[in-house]
Design a protein around this ligand. Structure first.
Ligand code: LRH
Ligand code: MN
Ligand code: MN
Length: 387
């Protein structure tokens, strides 16, 4: 059995990037509920993200979405964030909210629209220079609703061309991560529907093009940990968008719907070298909090990832390997489940206290008065983008 003490220092490597849009008001297509204390500016979103980090020590960077988080001076925004103890992280481009993109962006049949979409991504690279961000994340809403509507083959060629124009503008320490999603908003075909399509484009671009895996973007029953293992094996897993789903792209709190799936994914992340020293896999959240509090929602999320990472690190890999070699199916499964069922909450509380963090970050936040303060100060919070 691996003990908690043996994994304690390894846990220090855990860093989870939080999305700026998790702090804004969001909802479904039926209703966006406003909640008191919602940020009115990018700075206020960053202040909330910094608060999550202050109470948990787990969220040292915040991802931005452009143009949702557009400001005049990104160098100043970076200073502001750093002053609060967090870095600006992944820059997400957005080519899905402009009328011109109704029938596609990088895959649109009209070269002028494709040019506009490429240019937007180039503008995002400029932002990255100012913010010090490593990753440009591209997710496309591109697709069609009806058979015959588009030339699905030509759209792949246009996509490859556009991505190449973007990729060459990255500097040597920057990366492009291409996110896939199997449906929505298009329903007949999607231009980047799966990890295979994303990988094919990344392979065509170069070493610094990687796949982004959003856990909510798969058909029910998909074995996501297998995809993780395969992409890590190929050196092409760039980042995660963590969330959980019951039905579609629900964007619920990570680990809420299926904690065992999160465990299985993290086991493969660790197994494949995607965690800790030498790893360049970015662990991010991509969530929206429609009915629950946003800052505590984010705190719960990063704590869930921490708890499940600890349990995955506890897996006795030596004993597991022995059982596998011996062909002992039941013992192998027992060893695996033992790690999953280990309750690490008390150990984690002590671990946090040893590092000057609150033993129970959620309670500490609720008692801190931060929520009452932002509710009093902020009137008329802004709506987040949809996801
Ligand atoms: C698309 C997505 C993508 C977007 C975010 C807001 O469903 O997962 O990552 O950038 O939602
Ligand atoms: Mn996502
Ligand atoms: Mn999504």
């Amino acid at each position: 059995m691996t003990t908690f003490d043996e994994i304690a220092t390894r846990l220090e490597a855990l860093a989870i990037e939080v999305p700026s849009w998790a702090y804004g008001n969001s909802g479904t297509r039926f209703k966006v509920f406003g909640s008191p204390g919602t940020p009115r500016t990018v700075e206020e979103k960053i202040a909330d993200a910094a608060t999550v980090h202050r109470f948990t020590g787990l969220a040292p960077s915040v991802a931005l979405h452009i143009p949702w988080d557009l400001v005049d001076d990104f160098a100043r925004l970076r200073e502001y964030a750093e002053g609060l103890g967090v870095a600006l992280g992944t820059i997400n481009s957005n080519t899905f909210q402009d009328d011109d993109y109704k029938l596609g962006s990088l895959t649109h049949a009209d070269p002028a629209v494709r040019r506009k979409a490429v240019q937007h991504n180039l503008d995002c690279i400029e932002v990255m220079h100012a913010t010090g961000s490593r990753d440009l994340k591209i997710w496309l809403a591109d697709g069609t609703n009806y058979p015959g509507q588009g030339d699905i083959r030509a759209r792949q060629d246009w996509l490859a061309e556009g991505l190449a124009e973007i990729y060459v503008q990255l500097s040597d320490d920057q990366r492009l991560v291409l996110e896939y999603k199997f449906f929505e908003p298009a329903f007949y075909h999607t231009d980047v529907p799966d990890w295979g399509t994303s990988l094919v484009h990344c392979l065509g671009l170069g070493d610094r093009a990687k796949v982004c895996l959003d856990t909510g973007h798969h058909a029910p029953g998909t074995n996501i940990e297998f995809i993780v293992a395969q992409l890590l094996r190929l050196g092409r897993l760039g980042s995660f968008d963590f969330n959980s789903r019951f039905y579609a792209d629900d964007d619920l709190i990570v680990g809420a719907a299926d904690p065992f799936q999160l465990f299985r994914i993290l086991v493969e992340v660790i197994r494949g070298g995607g965690f800790g020293q030498g790893s360049d896999v970015a662990l991010m959240l991509d969530q929206c909090h429609n009915v629950e509090g946003k800052v505590p929602g984010q705190i719960r999320s990063v704590l869930n990832v921490q708890e499940m990472t600890a349990r995955a690190l506890l897996l006795d890999t030596a004993a597991l390997e022995k059982a596998r070699v011996a062909g002992d199916v039941l013992l192998a499964n027992e060893i695996y489940m033992d790690a999953f069922y280990t309750d690490v909450r008390r150990d984690l509380a002590a671990w946090r206290e040893e590092r000057g963090l609150p033993a129970d970050p959620m309670r500490a936040y609720l008692e801190s008065g931060y929520q009452a303060q932002i509710e009093a100060e902020r009137v008329g919070g802004a709506q987040a983008g949809w996801s």
